[in-house]
Design a protein. Structure first.
Length: 329
């Protein structure tokens, strides 16, 4: 009897340790809040992966830059100390200069055009380029068209940007774009943005409506102009060091869940942007409409930046994107 009991306990212990050994724990970091479409979709991704792996892959999610700023998380992925993240492609141009394609001012006029490039051969090619840098690009999420906000004055014409201290992403295209418009640029991580605006270290910033609302930037900004000067996306990535340890079956589960959550995320993000736009006045913002001819002047003023960075990104790639864009219209 005693022997039987010992045998049962030993086998149970062996079974438990086998189950634990098989469980794959994944830490997944991102910069926005849990309520932002990025956060909602990361949660969906975690649930999908859990269900489809029958509980073997357990994804713990960390919002609001808890695991570091976007560039810091990116380094952690490369080093293999963090398994997954989603963040702006704009932060990756130091690694893959071609990703700067998405940052070219006024390249995209609508979501259809952006989707055509992200979901076509170009999007695939650019995501694959990350692999040489220890990153696996899995899917593109939507951040949205970026608009300028500030605490000083209504921006009705490009000249109104002159002298404004504007926070830009740590990305040379953004820096040069706003310098060309006469603003004083301050490159800063997104995690430092709210405080910088609150402390009046900077007057202005530019971001899509989703981040603007979820990060409560309306508390520290008064004016918004719907400039839509650039389309911004996010890319879901895995650490290659970690990815290479996964079975093909698990890689497939993760890749498919990322793609499925991206479809859901893009729709949610775009629907929510429409809702936020309707709520801007309620949030205390003064909304300024920039006349189409003024927006065209803004576009003209940054044409040289478009040309300069087209050369860096690669003229052929830009022309290929322009042809995809024309087909999408
Ligand atoms: O990923 C969420 C934020 O970290 C991010 O989108 C930042 O767009 C961003 C910015 O302006 O830095």
């Amino acid at each position: 009897m005693k022997l039987l009991k010992t045998l049962v306990v030993t086998s149970l212990m062996a079974l438990t340790s086998l189950t634990n050994a098989q469980e794959i724990k994944v830490k997944f970091g991102y910069g926005s809040t849990e309520q932002h479409p990025q956060g909602v979709a990361v949660k969906m991704f975690a649930d999908l992966v859990k269900t489809n792996s029958k509980g073997q892959i357990v994804v713990s999610t960390y919002s609001s830059g808890k695991l570091g700023s976007d560039p810091q998380m990116q380094s952690s992925l490369q080093g293999g100390t963090l398994e997954m993240m989603v963040g702006p492609t704009s932060n990756m141009v130091g690694l893959v200069k071609e990703l700067g394609l998405f940052d070219l001012p006024f390249l995209f006029s609508n979501y259809k055009e952006a989707d055509a490039v992200m979901d076509g051969v170009i999007g695939k090619l650019l995501a694959e380029k990350l692999e040489a840098h220890g990153l696996i690009g899995l899917a593109y999420f939507d951040n949205g068209f970026r608009h300028v906000t500030n605490s000083k004055r209504p921006i009705k014409r490009p000249e109104d940007l002159q002298g404004l201290k504007i926070r830009v992403m740590q990305n040379p295209v953004f820096n040069d774009t706003f310098k060309a418009l006469g603003a004083n640029t301050v490159p800063l991580a997104f995690t430092e943005l709210y405080t910088a605006l609150d402390m009046k270290a900077v007057d202005a910033q530019e971001n899509p409506l989703g981040l603007f609302e979820s990060t409560k930037l309306y508390e520290v900004q008064k004016h918004i102009t719907m400039t839509g000067h650039v389309y911004a996306n996010f890319i879901v990535m895995a650490s290659k060091k970690w990815w290479d340890t996964l079975s093909d079956v698990n890689k497939k589960i993760i890749r498919e869940a990322a793609l499925e959550s991206a479809v859901f995320q893009r729709k949610l993000s775009r629907d929510m942007a429409v809702q936020t736009e309707k709520r801007l006045k309620e949030l205390g913002m003064e909304v300024t409409i920039m006349a189409p001819e003024e927006r065209n002047r803004m576009r003209e003023a940054v044409k040289q930046i478009f040309s300069k960075y087209s050369q860096i990104v690669g003229e052929d790639l830009v022309n290929q994107a322009l042809s995809e864009i024309r087909k999408a219209d």
